[in-house]
Design a protein around this ligand. Structure first.
Ligand code: CMP
Length: 140
């Protein structure tokens, strides 16, 4: 299995509760390496572009408004099978359905305020990483 990269966001509910270190500990304990990381305030334009695939969904406005409501931490994670591994580590989108030990089971408050985002495919990971990182800001 090849080393690959995935894109991660620690969402505003995580930064608001000072959980950056606690979430990063779960990521690192799972064997994923944080090779790029930046704390930013996502703009309305960035959030709308990032979540474009969801723009017809009823929760789109709420999602954009939440993601711009406070600082987020954008990350590039690297490891064996990183996309699938991180999805496993995050747990189900709805924390009520997330498995024991996952980030969302431990920390998430609701399906909207669910602490983390992770790419759903290697192709999307490349697109998402390119939206927030330059190659020189990723140090493997
Ligand atoms: P994420 O992986 O960032 O990608 C899309 C997001 O939409 C998802 O995480 C959820 O946080 C959010 N989402 C999904 N379903 C709902 C919902 N019913 N209400 C609000 N937000 C939602």
């Amino acid at each position: 299995m090849a080393t690959e990269r995935t894109f991660s966001i620690l969402k505003p509910d995580a930064t608001r509760r000072n959980l950056t270190g606690a979430v990063n500990a779960v990521i690192e304990e799972a064997g994923l390496r944080i090779v790029g990381q930046r704390r930013i305030r996502m703009s309305q334009t960035q959030a709308e572009k990032f979540y474009e695939v969801h723009k017809e969904r009823p929760f789109f406005g709420e999602l954009v408004s939440f993601m711009t409501s406070g600082p987020v931490v954008v990350q590039v994670l690297e490891g064996e099978n990183a996309v699938a591994k991180y999805r496993e580590v995050m747990g189900a989108t709805n924390p009520a359905q997330a498995a024991e030990g996952t980030i969302r089971k431990k920390f998430a408050e609701s399906v909207g305020e669910n602490t983390v985002h992770g790419s759903d495919s290697a192709d999307n990971a490349k697109i998402e990483i390119a939206q927030f990182f330059q190659d020189s800001d990723i140090v493997g």
